[in-house]
Design a protein. Sequence first.
Length: 539
Amino acid sequence: DSRTGWLQNAAVYQIYPRSFADGNGDGIGDLAGVRSRLPYLADLGIDAVWFSPWYTSPMADGGYDVADYRDIDPVFGTLAEAEKLIEEAHALGLRIIIDLVPNHCSSRHPWFAQALAAGPGSPERARFHFRRGRGRRGELPPTDWPSHFGGPAWSRVADGEWYLHLFAPEQPDFNWDHPEVRAEFEDVLRFWLDRGIDGFRIDVADHLAKYPGLPEVSHYPARNGDDVPWADQDGVHDIYRAWRGIADSYEGERVFVGEIWLGDTERFCAYLRPDELHTAFNFPFLGAAWDADALRTVIDRTFADHAPVGAIPTWVLSNHDVIRHVTRYGRADTRHSWAPVTEGVPVDLALGTRRARAAALLTLALPGCTYLYQGEELGLAEVEDIPADLLQDPRWPRSGFTDRGRDGCRVPLPWAGERAPFGFSPVGATVPPWLPQPVAWAGFTAQAQQGDPGSVLELYRAALALRRSELSPSGDEFCWLSAPVGMLAFTRGPGFTCLVNLGAGPVALPDHAEVLLVSGALTDTGRLPADTAAWLRTT
Ligand code: TEU
Ligand code: CA
């Protein structure tokens, strides 16, 4: 039963391997770097690590373009090293979730190379979506489908056919109606489950099945306002039922977390059935404005949606695709907090940091599974001044150089020292980190924060430790308390209260409450200031 499994209250830490720690000094993060930092992760108090893709890849989309699902990219290390890493993490009590990218592969995947060589009408092409183009000479894309990265979702090959790619042209979409595609991924699942992996994060989990015939958007019988022919098609659920059967046939609880951006909560929760995925990311929570009503609405909706299907609620504030939340919360206008930073909207990083600290206490006090993104525990902000010629995200060129993309949240982490690479690469490394780190990060290194009770790192460590010692695993005892406008207040049973002040001024704490943790200093009169959260032991 998923309600009793290890994921129920897990804090899962996302590692973006290129940017976590560089063991060999080539300026790119790798498995040796991760292995050297496993004690840091265990000490932080997390339960599991999710790795963004570590497979063999030309890195057209940071590894979300996979050329070999059964091997590790040489830039990151070897399969043997991954096996050691899994073993070492387990010995420290950390579980490992890996990213599975089943919607598309790399254009350098052997199957795609074979499809190109075999030509139109071949069985090799049937594993992908190849079509003749429109127009008199087939010079127009087969349909009007757009790529998520900008431009059409179709590219033309030398013999004149077009292939579908919902992301970059280097990421051809698989045809999930093809039995060999299904068999291949079931085998890939077993390959990693056999190596002790505890779970999978499924990339764009709702995109795999397409509406039959791939109709034009204008000819598609949409079921609601957001509905599109390339997402959330009913056939996708068969895939996950088969996968769940495989995962459940293994010892221990092997879990799935889906990346599903769907506005319709009923359709979203359809993935969270007992015979499909265990969890999916709570993107409405990530996207909510820093506003008590907005957050409370999302939290209530999350509980209401998850309870009937018995699924674990999840919480997330940042990941490798969005503006870091220190920056989002520091904007004067937080109504659409995950939208890209726009020119002319000022960012107040001191304010953003105060709110991010409070948000950490809110998120870590909620019942359910929490996802943390590397660097949020250091209080890192989005890096917004990466020189254009160093940007790597395919969204930058695909958008016609209008969308700076997601590199600003992917800058290599600062570990120690006064200047770049801030311990990201070993001493003596001559190659700089693959994205430049801000000078100001000297004050944000793990080393600088370690042992400083006012640091973001120590706030996360204290919160993660208290979460284990003070909060009951079931979460069933969650209850809102009445509170002034602008405040969020709830208990997790009689002994524990969380208060978050999103209002304008300070608020008095309840009498006879012991303060376990605060996200910022109380006022002289012991009140909780605006943009501050507290955990209290109440009797
Ligand atoms: O993201 C899928 C996705 O659709 C959203 O994250 C968003 O639309 C995208 O960031 C817009 O640029 C996943 C991965 O998390 C992302 O890193 C990959 O680039 C993408 O899939 C393709 O594999
Ligand atoms: Ca390296």
